[in-house]
Write a protein that binds this ligand. Structure first.
Ligand SMILES: *Cc1c(COP(=O)(O)O)cnc(C)c1O
Length: 403
């Protein structure tokens, strides 16, 4: 069976994890701090806080920004449930909008129409690793119309003076627009290092800050390190210093720090990340070439004049099929021992969001993209022979179901 997205675990990773274990320091410590610095350098953002998942990082972020009941956060209907769940848990209302025709990302026009005086943030999702139209979204949140409606309800929001633009960069580590990497494209970007993502730490995430200069980056970094550790003003490492046991808790915090065991995996992943991107790109190009001559294939957009994907997901679409036919094609691919996937079940199709009143028919382009989508395997260890097997399996399956 060709798996969908296994992690790359080899001696380099195992040795670094061993070194972390043998060092005697296994929770947040030197490796986590180095990992944060290297992410900041790689992404070109102002500072980075490592956390135990995208989800908890985003939860703390929304809490810090003061988002709560009565507020609205705009996001695409086409994303993983985590993007919306964190908004629900904050007490605010997720305002879902539709996606573009030409790619899988949030529509700037739809954002414009969805802004109200209650809008406090936008979560734009770089689906499959293809960056959203950040410049255009910034133009919208900085437009006279949006500024006029904006009503801050705390000092941070007042200081920014407009809607906060957050990137759900769970897929887009290493992607770029005009040479600016994901992590530095929005006000704040959050990565996921879950086992299936491009860069993994088993579970993990990072919050990258790139707020305007009126914000004190060092101050924010310190504040977040405290917030992700119960609000305790000294971390475990600081407390090991001789006699340095006393601490204070100024406000109840969360608990979602990254461990040095996770960071050990991340450091190896990051230092060889370009190889990973190059291999992924080659796989994308092989799929492009194999399917572009088929009249049933709709090829995903992953490169434009200024945007470069991180090649996270290859979202092939099959023209003129129903959702049931797509499912049948997937089954026929699985039957040939090739794993495929769907990204994603749109939020309005999930019980949790149906119950909250969201309706699939309100997001026609999201449905259009979802109902005929099949994600193909993409990962470093997928060699050319295996890529050919995937391509063959897809072609045979489509022929079987459609003829
Ligand atoms: C994986 C994923 C998340 C959640 O990441 P975790 O690290 O598992 O919390 C959020 N958004 C998108 C789009 C994802 O694919």
């Amino acid at each position: 069976m060709i798996p969908f997205s296994p992690p790359r675990i080899d001696d380099a990773v195992i040795n670094e994890v061993n070194a972390a274990l043998r060092s005697g320091w296994i929770t947040t410590g030197p490796r986590t701090k180095t990992f944060e610095k290297e992410i900041t350098e790689y992404c070109g953002c102002k500072t980075t806080v490592a956390v135990n998942s995208w989800t908890m990082g985003m939860q703390v972020l929304l809490h810090w920004w003061g988002i709560g009941p009565g507020d609205e956060v705009i996001l695409p209907a086409y994303t993983y449930c985590a993007s919306a769940n964190v908004i629900v848990h904050s007490g605010a209302t997720p305002v879902m909008v539709d996606v573009n025709q030409e790619d899988f990302n949030i529509s700037v026009d739809a954002i414009k129409k969805a802004i109200t005086p209650k809008t406090k943030a936008i979560i734009a999702v770089d689906l499959a690793g293809f960056p959203c139209d950040y410049q255009q979204i910034f133009d919208v949140v900085k437009s006279q119309e949006a500024l006029r409606q904006f009503s801050p309800n705390n000092d941070l929001q007042q200081k920014l003076g407009r809607i906060l633009l957050i990137s759900d960069a769970a897929h887009s580590f290493g992607a770029s627009i005009s040479g600016v990497r994901s992590g530095a494209l929005a006000d704040i970007s959050t990565f996921s290092f879950h086992a299936v993502k491009n860069l993994t730490t088993a579970e993990g995430g990072a919050i990258c800050f790139n707020l305007p200069a009126v914000f004190d980056t060092d101050e924010i970094y310190k504040e977040f390190c405290t917030k992700i550790l119960h609000g305790q003003n000294k971390d475990a490492l600081a407390k090991t210093q001789k006699g340095n046991w006393r601490y204070d808790v100024e406000e109840p915090g969360f608990k979602c720090n990254m461990t040095d065991i996770q960071a050990a995996i991340g450091l190896i992943e990051l230092r060889r990340y370009q190889e990973n991107l190059d291999r992924r790109k080659a796989i994308f190009e092989a799929y492009d070439q194999a399917f572009s001559s088929e009249d049933w294939a709709i090829i995903p957009l992953h490169t434009t004049e200024n945007k470069i994907s991180s090649y996270h997901l290859y979202q092939l679409r099959i023209a003129n099929v129903t959702e049931q036919q797509r499912d049948a094609i997937m089954q026929a691919i699985f039957d040939q021992d090739v794993s495929v996937n769907v990204h994603f079940l749109p939020l309005p199709t999930l019980t949790a969001y149906k119950k909250r009143g969201y309706k699939m028919e309100d997001y026609p382009e999201t449905w259009n993209k979802y109902h005929n989508e099949i994600s193909l395997p993409v990962y470093y260890d997928l060699n050319d022979k295996l890529v050919l097997r995937v391509i063959e399996a897809v072609k045979i399956a489509v022929k079987q179901v459609l003829s």
